[in-house]
Design a protein around this ligand. Structure first.
Ligand code: SAM
Length: 495
């Protein structure tokens, strides 16, 4: 069988094999277990009711492992191996495409329409395409170990490298386990070139680990009939049909084809899933964000409720929210602060997103508890800011007001952004309180966050009722618009 060779394949592989044996412990940074979210607006009553229901069945959520892990996915996946080897039913990844460029995310500022564009992640490679292939190759090998024997993997790429990666996938997963190259075609935005045809599709390589794999013939993944068929529909006493034409020996033939209202079983060319537009609820202002409906088809086809779905290049968390809404457990990771922040808020805000089955309705459920983890591999913590609070104590109740925030050294911040910041609140993207801080991690009891569509931020928390006298530690956490996180702790006594 032909193999792909690239510069230093063997050398790099050997050195990476040694490095890849490193397993690091995970530290929980934050536990989000049905926190009180202060952004419900007109839906407050409904969500409060949901929250009460969830509080009551808290215990049944034991054992959920949903987690969002910050760091380089090579270390993360290696460190997951001791527990999750052969346990993950579905891996979808949408890695950098080897384009040689940088990708952007919009940073929104305060309540006005001000924003700045900031780098979301880099896709340029010292060492060119060889370095890129090497990067993905070693990660795909670890993904194979994590994948369950009846599991599937989908690699989302485009014309830049999909041809190389297909050969590599044949080598790692076996040519016989190739299932589809899915063409996700979308209308190209603008076409500057007249020198070749406009590129308007991505390729998603679908492989399984073995020949016994999960694949569900679920009507919810079906495609709609094409417009040509829809316009030609007629009815008779047997149902709705269209005529399929053709000819044989010069003779015209026509055949009635009866349709089912489920649509058609999906082909490998997907033209029915629009690209994200800025006016949609799911839009996160992150240039390579993928549509939820794309992940819906993949997750419904290749996993069942309760299965573990992973995305190690999770970006804005699309795979994770779709897995959440479809009742799967999920693991996500990303190296970028912005990506982790966006995913964290997007999962918390999942109640406010489109329902995947009835797209015109809201999902209206709270997320299952999830953790934000960080891998303990001696990497320096991100730089922190400083803030001031006012604590209001009324008998056994405490509430907190955020009074000021001092970001990082202003010299480090670009001028265009600096002039748009008018008050300290413009810095704040979300802030949260752990009223009962007992662990070395932060348990969010209350949170207020801005979303793209709802820019309001509450500066005063709820009044938290303590039931017993004693000394407590309250931790307050501020996440700023640049992705920096600062935690400060306060000791209080309740008499
Ligand atoms: C194309 S984006 C993913 C977009 C995502 N599918 C979505 O819908 O938002 C690729 C992501 O991979 C992340 N990434 C790149 N290298 C990584 C690494 N070594 N470890 C973890 N994440 C990485 C980037 O930070 C970026 O967020």
């Amino acid at each position: 069988m032909p193999n792909l060779n690239w510069n230093d394949k063997e050398k790099l592989r050997m050195s990476n094999t040694n490095k890849s044996q490193q397993v690091h412990p995970f530290n929980t940074k934050e536990l989000l277990k049905y926190p009180i979210i202060d952004n419900f607006g007109s839906r407050t009553q409904l969500i409060k009711k949901r929250m009460e229901e969830y509080q009551k069945r808290k215990e049944s959520s034991k054992g959920m492992i949903n987690c969002l892990i910050q760091g380089d996915n090579k270390d993360i996946m290696n460190s997951l191996l001791p527990i999750y080897s052969k346990k993950i039913k579905l891996i979808y990844i949408d890695p950098p495409f080897g384009t040689g460029g940088d990708f952007e995310s919009k940073v929104l500022i305060g309540e006005k329409n001000a924003f700045e564009v900031s780098k979301a992640y880099s896709d340029s490679w010292n060492g060119g395409i060889d370095a890129y292939i090497d990067f993905l190759y070693e990660r795909l090998i670890i993904m194979k170990d994590l994948l369950a024997e009846d599991g599937s993997i989908y690699i989302h790429l485009d014309w830049h490298v999909s041809h190389y990666i297909k050969i590599i996938m044949d080598e790692i997963f076996g040519k016989e386990n190739f299932k589809n190259e899915i063409i996700w075609a979308y209308p190209a935005a603008s076409a500057k070139t007249r020198r070749f045809f406009i590129r308007s599709y991505d390729s998603i390589l679908f492989y399984t680990k073995s020949k016994d794999y999960t694949f569900n013939d679920d009507p919810k993944i079906y495609m709609e009939y094409s417009d040509r068929v829809k316009f030609a529909l007629k009815n008779d006493d047997k149902g709705t049909y269209y005529h399929r034409g053709g000819s044989h020996n010069g003779k015209k033939l026509s055949q009635k084809v009866y349709i089912s209202n489920m649509g058609i079983f999906p082909r490998d060319v997907w033209t029915d899933l629009p690209y994200i537009r800025a006016n949609t609820t799911e839009y996160q202002a992150f240039s390579t964000q993928k549509p939820e409906r794309l992940l819906k088809r993949i997750i419904l086809a290749s996993s069942d409720k309760g299965d573990i779905v992973a995305d190690f290049f999770c970006g804005t968390g699309t795979t994770l929210v779709v897995a959440e809404k479809l009742g799967r457990r999920w693991i996500g990771s990303d190296i970028g602060n912005h990506a982790i922040n966006i995913s964290r808020k997007r999962i918390l805000d999942v109640w406010n997103s489109n329902d995947l089955i009835n797209w015109d309705q809201k999902y209206d459920e709270l997320p299952q508890p999830f953790r934000i983890l960080r891998i303990n591999n001696d990497q320096p913590e991100i730089k922190k800011g400083k803030f001031e609070i006012r604590m209001i104590k009324e008998r056994k109740k405490i509430s907190i007001e955020l009074a000021d925030y001092f970001g990082l050294d202003l010299n480090l911040i670009n001028d265009k952004l600096k002039i748009k910041i008018e008050t300290f609140t413009d810095w704040i993207d979300s802030w949260a309180i752990d009223f009962y801080c007992q662990n070395d991690y932060f348990t969010t009891t209350w949170i207020s966050y801005r979303t793209l569509k709802n820019r309001k931020l509450k500066l005063s928390s709820i009044s938290y009722p303590y039931t017993t006298q004693g000394n407590y530690t309250i931790a307050v956490k501020v996440n700023d618009i640049l992705g920096n996180e600062t935690i400060q702790k306060y000791d209080v006594s309740i008499d």
